[in-house]
Ligand binder design. Structure first.
Ligand code: FAD
Ligand code: SIN
Length: 527
């Protein structure tokens, strides 16, 4: 058994930021980060647009950023949280810079600020079109300099340890004691006992198969917390990014940043019509929910597989300077952005809901905290404003740090049993995991997509039930491996999305159900 003061699950911006802060403040405390895959593999690494922060732009103000966030969230944001996150932004950004992250500046030394959908001002700080890569690089470097942080790569958290695992005589309130963790190389499950556990395990994009997220985004943290009986909310608010490059295969899809539309690109149908002005006065720069729902409507009308993003009227040299990775990616697909339109389609991108946390990042389980995409803070409401996610992760990692700095922690006096895999054997039919995964992803795309209906959601429940039964049977009888655990987690996440969708009786932001009272698709027009 490993004993540690802080167990951090995930090595994206949220997990690494918390780890650095607590390790710097308390050199005598041990921080253990577990992460599946390599230390830098995360959604963070692929972030393109940047971090939304109000800085030295004279036109901008906290008030405007707060208003934009509230409007994007369609009435469901927690205003106090919005104010807290946005006003803390500049401090958190300066910490990142202090740790070595570089952001683009103009010749006058001021930040080169970008604009994205739903923002009324230029306020997105970025590093070309690879902002996340640069942030992750700087954070990993700093983590590796700190002697009291151990990073266990290729270690997969399987389950949180709570009272459910302990043989207690007296009933207690739920607490977290750490996690059972699979060494992905040896396939052995170890016990990590922690005074405090921080879940920073990112998003759920893979549940849909067609996603801008890397394949690691399987909602493990939310599923673990759900099984441990933490409170989970707003799972119906899956955000679809309007412009993932279209490919005939489903899978992880390359993103064309919203900053490209902020730079002046147009969305067109195949006849060349710019359709977004028909839906929203902000046209291509309407918030993401509106643009994705509008594209979905256009595609259903035309029967086409995608729409286009037109950059041909933009200055190519400037484009390459701002978006070198996007330019190269298009080139590699024989798309010359100076002459060709880019085929794009919405893809699952971000989860606005997740594990409920308070302003300190505390979940409903004692000693269990959460930050980043896994958590639901109340910042995003029904739809996240572009580039507010990295910001939220930075602020909440700090808030957990600040809170835990004031607490005296101890190991709770309980005996934790080792992982019990009695009666399980090595699964000889890996193909069953693959089949079920494909079925699950196709079910989520076809029945729980951008526009939903009660009929489809109910059918989804029936179909999911069959997958769930088969996966649970496999799980109970097999030695654990990564793909089986991920599949099980994705089934749990799908369950939460479908059921919480049916519970929502009003269309808001990223949630659209044709059976709801305010169902008229024309309500999209000129919002
Ligand atoms: P992640 O960065 O996803 O990190 C999660 C970590 O947890 C990973 O290391 C993962 O391996 C690990 N993990 C997961 N499950 C387990 C497990 N069971 N056991 C052990 N480890 C586990 N947001 C913005 O604000 N601005 C942008 O410009 C922007 N662009 C984006 C572009 C793309 C293509 C994508 C996909 C997202 C973008 N986002 C953007 C969203 C933003 O990047 C993410 O929401 C944010 O990075 C999430 O950070 P995180 O630390 O919560 O999770
Ligand atoms: C993008 O660059 O379009 C993604 C920004 C985000 O998800 O916030």
């Amino acid at each position: 058994m490993i004993k540690t003061n802080y167990l951090v699950i995930g090595s994206g911006v949220a997990g690494l930021t918390f780890s650095i802060k607590i390790a710097e403040e308390f050199p005598d405390k041990i921080i253990t980060i577990v992460t599946k895959g390599n230390e830098d593999e995360s959604n963070t690494k692929y972030a393109q647009g940047g971090v939304a922060v109000v800085l030295d732009n004279k036109e901008d103000s906290f008030h405007k950023h707060i208003e934009d966030t509230l409007i994007a969230g369609d009435g469901l944001c927690d205003k106090a949280v919005v104010e807290l996150v946005i006003t803390e932004g500049p401090q958190r950004l300066h910490e990142l810079i202090h740790w070595g992250a570089n952001f683009d500046v103009k010749s006058n030394g001021n930040f080169d600020l970008g604009k994205e959908g739903g923002h009324s001002e230029y306020r997105v700080v970025h590093h070309k079109d690879i902002t996340g890569y640069e942030i992750e690089r700087a954070l990993v470097k700093r983590v590796n300099q700190l002697k009291n942080i151990t990073v266990l790569t290729h270690h997969f958290a399987v389950d949180l340890i709570t009272e459910h695992h302990l043989k207690l005589k007296k009933k207690r309130n739920l607490s977290c004691y750490g996690a059972y963790v699979l060494n992905q190389k040896t396939e052995e499950i170890i016990t990590i006992n922690a005074q405090n556990t921080i879940l920073a395990s990112g998003g759920i994009g893979s549940v849909y198969g067609h996603t801008t997220n890397p394949t690691i985004a399987t909602g493990d943290g939310i599923a673990m917390a759900y099984r441990a009986k933490a409170t989970i909310k707003d799972m119906e608010f899956v955000q679809f990014h309007p412009t993932a490059i279209y490919t005939s295969e489903y899978g992880s899809s390359f993103l064309i940043s919203e900053a490209v539309r902020g730079f002046g690109a147009y969305l067109r149908d195949k006849k060349g019509n710019r359709f977004m002005p028909n839906y929203d006065t902000r046209a291509e720069l309407a918030s993401r929910d509106i643009v994705s729902q509008s594209i979905d409507k256009e595609l259903k009308k035309s029967g086409d597989p995608h729409v286009y993003l037109d950059c041909t009227h933009l200055n190519t040299e400037d484009f390459i300077k701002h978006f070198p990775t996007i330019y190269q990616k298009c080139k590699s697909l024989q798309i010359d952005i100076a002459k060709d339109w880019i085929p794009v389609v919405p893809a699952s991108h971000y989860l606005c809901g997740g594990i409920i946390v308070d302003e300190n990042g505390s979940t409903s389980i004692s000693n269990l905290f959460s930050c980043g995409e896994t958590s639901r803070t109340g910042l995003h409401g029904a739809n996240r404003l572009a580039s507010n996610s990295l910001l939220e992760a930075l602020v909440y990692a700090h808030n957990i740090f600040r809170f835990l700095s004031t607490q005296t922690a101890q190991f709770l006096p309980v005996e934790i049993p080792a992982w019990n895999d009695e009666g399980t054997k090595i699964n000889q039919e890996h193909i069953l995991i693959k089949h079920n995964l494909k079925e699950l992803q196709s079910l989520m795309r076809n029945y729980v997509g951008i526009v939903r209906s009660n009929n489809r959601l109910r059918k989804a429940i029936t179909k999911l039930h069959v997958i769930h039964k088969e996966v649970e049977e496999l799980y109970k009888t097999s030695k654990k491996n990564t793909s089986l655990c991920e599949l099980r987690n994705m089934v749990n996440v799908a369950h939460l999305i479908i059921h919480q969708s049916l519970e929502r009786k009003e269309n808001k932001g990223g949630y659209f159900n044709i059976d709801n009272v305010n169902h008229d698709l024309n309500c999209l027009t000129k919002r």
